[in-house]
Design a protein around this ligand. Structure first.
Ligand SMILES: Nc1ncnc2c1ncn2[C@@H]1O[C@H](COP(=O)(O)OP(=O)(O)O)[C@@H](O)[C@H]1O
Ligand SMILES: [Mg+2]
Length: 357
């Protein structure tokens, strides 16, 4: 069942289109990561879903109920939507201790004291914060503040939880720990979560599906492995990490299936791979280029290059190589070592081709 269905969402700030037509469906019990660079509209989208910001156009349906529809001017106010929100800066009340911060949503809804006490105890235990119940936010670490903010969002048993870059101010080790913790709480409680992040590794580690966002639009939605291995656009390929993007020309005429970059790189396009005649992009992951010291058997797809730099990464080396005007990243096992300045031959094991827009 679909938990959330949004369609045709648009939001302008003066001349700027912050959200430019977003359609999105979130399934019950799934963790969807919305991934994109700073300023692409992630927070605006969350805020529209929560009802804090009103969209200029579009429709939002939560649990089969209409929350807003610009066409019929319907609008359910934020406090009537069963949605929990964790803001990027946590937005904890500095003058309230942990217990009071977590109890706040129930208190303003005037729940009975005994109910509030029970619920606060449940959340303190879930978030492993029992020993901090009387501390104030200023006395807590970043990770503990983050757990208080999450606890405060969870105490209402929200049908949908919106997390706006909740881990971005934590240091690297704690961030990885909290990624696992949020994922495990989400699974335990069967929560539906939209998790906003600009960190592709975080999205890959946590999400059931990733929606890649660029300039107020969704570029691609899919499982992490699909987004990583089969990026549908140059933006996604570039944003998902260290992909090499080579501009060139695709020739699929007269029995030929070749990509050329105008330099020394010419690659055979495998049968079955979609490719249209004309200007195109070749996308190669660093681990899909093989470096050879010599050119044993000439084959289409082998090209000459020079090693420009080498970085040791433990299990592998990351090389920068130059083939004519093209600088490429290559990842090899650390048993294969090539010196800076040496000439090598490269073979592309796997790549994808996209028409250039
Ligand atoms: N209240 C506002 N007034 C004017 N412009 C805004 C407002 N909120 C956001 N924007 C602009 O809309 C764009 C998207 O912002 P935001 O949703 O915060 O991006 P993200 O969360 O992806 O970094 C940005 O260019 C931002 O400057
Ligand atoms: Mg933001």
């Amino acid at each position: 069942m679909n938990k959330l269905e949004i369609s045709g969402i648009e939001k302008r700030y003066g001349d700027l289109g912050a959200i430019n037509g977003v359609d999105l469906t979130v399934k019950e019990g799934e963790l969807l990561a919305v991934l994109g660079p700073s300023g692409c509209g992630k927070s605006t989208l969350l805020s529209i879903i929560a009802g804090i910001t009103e969209a200029d156009a579009g429709r939002i349906v939560l649990d089969g109920e209409l929350m807003s529809d610009s066409a019929v001017r319907g609008f359910v106010s934020p406090e009537k939507r069963n949605i929990g929100f964790v803001f990027q800066n946590y937005a904890l009340w500095p003058h309230m201790n942990v217990e009071k911060n977590i109890a706040y949503p129930l208190k303003i809804r005037k729940r009975k004291r005994a109910v509030i006490e029970l619920e606060v105890d449940r959340i303190l235990s879930l978030m492993r914060l029992e020993h901090k119940r009387s501390s104030f936010p200023g006395q807590l670490s970043g990770g503990e503040q983050q757990r208080v903010a999450l606890g405060r969002a969870l105490i209402m048993n929200p049908g949908l939880l919106l997390l706006d870059e909740p881990l971005s101010s934590l240091d690297a080790g704690l961030r990885v720990e909290m990624q696992a913790e949020i994922r495990s709480i989400q699974k335990e409680l069967g929560l539906t979560v939209i998790h906003v992040t600009h960190d592709q590794a975080e999205a890959m580690a946590m999400a059931d599906r990733i929606a890649v966002m660029n300039r107020g639009r969704l570029e691609q939605i899919g499982e992490p492995s699909i987004i990583y291995e089969q990026p549908a656009t140059a933006f996604t390929a570039d944003f998902m990490g260290t992909n090499n993007l080579i501009k060139g020309f695709i020739d699929v005429s007269g029995g030929r299936r070749i990509f050329r970059n105008g330099g020394t790189i010419s690659l055979g396009i495998p049968e079955g791979a979609e490719a249209a005649n004309g200007a195109g992009l070749c996308i190669i992951r660093p681990e899909d280029i093989e470096i050879n010291p010599s050119h044993d058997s000439p084959c289409l797809g082998a090209f000459e290059a020079v090693i420009e730099s080498r970085i040791y990464r433990g299990a592998h080396f990351l090389y920068k190589i130059r083939a004519c005007a093209e600088e490429l990243k290559v990842q090899t096992h650390s048993s294969e070592i090539f010196d800076t300045g040496s000439s090598v031959y490269c073979v592309v094991r796997r790549c994808r081709f996209l028409p250039e827009h």
